[in-house]
Unconditional design. Structure first.
Lengths: 307, 285
């Protein structure tokens, strides 16, 4: 049998394989992006940048539980101006790099987009869905169809790069939010951000462990929800989907492709399987494809949509 | 490894120097010298500390006063509770034989300031070694009663130096390296302290082709390799560090030069230390 083709396309970007470093994990430095690329990721996403620097929440910002992780990082980032310095000469990374941007409103987004000019990003991801940062994402009501449409329409005018919109799973009809993004000119949907927020209490300390008390849920607990969201979005829109949520094995990745994703984001699994998770997932996908007579990832995307 | 903080009672507090106290816990931990734990003061913050005492059913950390967090910790007394998560990170590369002596030969341990904390349990494990401890002034020197000062080899020799000359040799530990090497002919160098000092130790190790390891300090948040806060070029200091060996260090652009502030901005080590360490101005640790 001929070599299976792991490559895929996401909003016109060619990826050598469908694994993508999800935003918020390891994307603080070009050095780490390079390392993730060397570990086998098809593309990488930087940690979200805002207009002004944000200190983030106090520690603990991450806490594990039996079905995943909770995080309340609070968008710690050096701001777009410093970020632009960190992420110069991105060609060195070796794979497409996706910029992740956040803002308190359209004004922020416009200014942030301006600073991205001239950098070597392959695409821009607008995150409207963080559940743990006051003033941003879900806590600013950006996860409604109306707000999504308003923000995406403005960002669309600021860039010619492929535009992804990252959605929250914490809505009743995620398909409607995806449609709003599509109508406003988005080229793709990233689904989903973390779930919740949730809480873990240390009963001896008699208080929540996360300093922000609540945090977004990721990892295994999120996976079935993320799959359902991607499945719904695939039915609702024509633009491609970057499926994220709880993926840690090749089987999980294939499941996500079958739900309708064109590529899969990996984040929390870096904890359980190390930075090597990208290469491992790729070889597991390849093995499965070989064993099941599947020549190309194209055959997998949306395959679970039977009438 | 404890993935969520376990509340532990402070068993004892030891005043090590005017600015440093050790906090002892009666709890066994799977641990290798060089690793660190995250200490949580509920409602305040959680910070990394090297384990400086370790036994079958106890461990301790040594904490220097720096900012808001360490001030609060120093106020705490035996009987009060804190959360402990860990241990995390890489360890000093010890090849311990059945006799519990280091296989690689004779070691030289170079400690500066509170960097001695992460070297203390290593010193206890090593058989044949010389220790050089440097501090600003005599009262800042740590563990003077714990390790024999200037005894004969192959027991533990600890040489002292202070910047103001108030104890031991006047100067910094790296001033002594040439003489020490001539005298002791050590085979391996371990170091923890100010990064400028560790850079000099690396240079020395390279010059004489001696295996060397250093324990670095950076702002650590998640401690489980996800958040990227402690990124040192392509390394995560909470996973691949804090202990790195000479082969890694010599290619690490950030070593001795750059570190990241809490918001992730990469700045010079000097600015990082200023921003993180100046008490009452930007209290962080």
């Amino acid at each position: 049998m001929a070599e299976v083709d792991l490559s895929t396309e996401l909003c016109g970007i060619r990826l050598q394989n469908p694994t993508v470093l999800a935003s918020g994990i390891l994307g603080t430095s070009k050095g780490l992006l390079k390392r993730v690329a060397q570990a086998g990721a098809g593309a990488v996403t930087i940690k979200s940048l805002s207009l002004e620097p944000l200190p983030g929440h106090n520690n603990p910002i991450v806490i594990g539980f039996e079905a995943g992780m909770l995080n309340a990082v609070g968008y710690a980032n050096p701001g777009i101006k410093e970020g632009a310095k960190e992420f110069s000469n991105l060609k060195e990374v070796g794979v497409p790099v996706i910029a992740s941007v956040i803002g308190r409103g359209v004004g922020d987004f416009m200014k942030v987009m301006e600073e991205l000019w001239g950098l070597d990003f392959a695409a821009v991801e607008v995150s409207l869905s963080c559940p743990h940062t006051p003033g941003y994402g879900m806590l600013a009501g950006q996860n409604t169809p109306e707000a999504t449409k308003e923000i995406v329409s403005v960002v669309r005018k600021c860039t010619e790069l492929p535009l992804l919109v990252k959605l929250s799973p914490n809505v009743l009809e995620i398909g409607n939010v995806a449609m709003a993004a599509e109508e406003a000119g988005a080229d793709g949907i990233t689904a989903v951000n973390t779930l919740g927020p949730g809480m873990v209490i240390n009963i001896e300390a008699r208080q929540p462990i996360l300093d922000f008390k609540v945090g977004g849920v990721s990892g295994p607990a999120l996976r079935p929800i993320a799959l359902r969201c991607v499945y719904d979005i695939y039915k609702a829109v024509k633009i491609p989907i970057l499926g994220v949520g709880g993926i840690s094995t090749g089987r999980h990745a294939i499941e996500m492709l079958m739900a309708g994703a064109s590529a899969v984001g990996i984040g929390t699994a870096v904890y359980s399987r190390g930075v090597e998770v990208f290469g491992l997932v790729c070889s597991e996908i390849k093995e499965w494809m070989e064993a099941n007579g599947c020549a190309s990832t194209k055959e997998l995307i949306g395959a679970a949509h039977v009438s | 490894m404890l993935l969520e903080p376990i509340m532990m009672k402070i068993e004892e507090v030891i005043q090590e120097s005017p600015l440093a106290r050790s906090f002892m816990f009666r709890k066994g931990l799977e641990y290798q010298p060089g690793q660190f734990v995250m200490l949580w003061i509920p409602g305040l913050d959680e910070k990394p500390f090297s384990i400086s005492y370790h036994g079958k059913d106890f461990f301790g950390i040594t904490v220097a006063l720096k900012g808001k967090f360490t001030h609060r910790l120093h106020e705490m007394k035996a009987g009060e509770w804190v959360g402990i998560r860990g241990p995390f990170g890489s360890a000093f590369n010890l090849v311990v034989s059945e006799a519990n002596l280091l296989d690689v030969g004779r070691a030289c341990v170079v400690g500066g300031g509170v960097g001695m904390a992460s070297l203390a349990t290593l010193i206890e494990r090593l058989g044949d070694l010389v220790v050089v401890q440097g501090a600003r002034t005599a009262s800042d020197l740590l563990y003077r009663n714990r390790f024999k000062v200037a005894g004969p080899l192959p027991t533990k020799d600890m040489l002292l130096c202070t910047e103001d000359g108030s104890a031991g040799t006047k100067g910094v530990p790296t001033d002594l390296l040439e003489d020490l090497y001539r005298h002791y002919r050590f085979d391996v160098l371990y170091t923890c302290g100010p990064e400028a000092m560790m850079v000099k130790v690396l240079d020395f190790a390279m010059q004489y082709n001696i295996y060397m390891q250093a324990s670095l300090e950076r702002y650590i948040k998640c401690a489980v390799g996800l958040c990227g806060q402690c990124s040192c070029n392509g390394l995560r200091l909470c996973i691949e560090g804090p202990v790195l060996d000479c082969e890694k260090l010599r290619t690490l652009e950030d070593f001795g030069r750059y570190a990241r502030l809490r918001n992730g901005r990469r700045v010079s080590i000097e600015e990082y230390l200023g921003g993180n360490r100046r008490p009452n101005k930007h209290p962080s640790a």
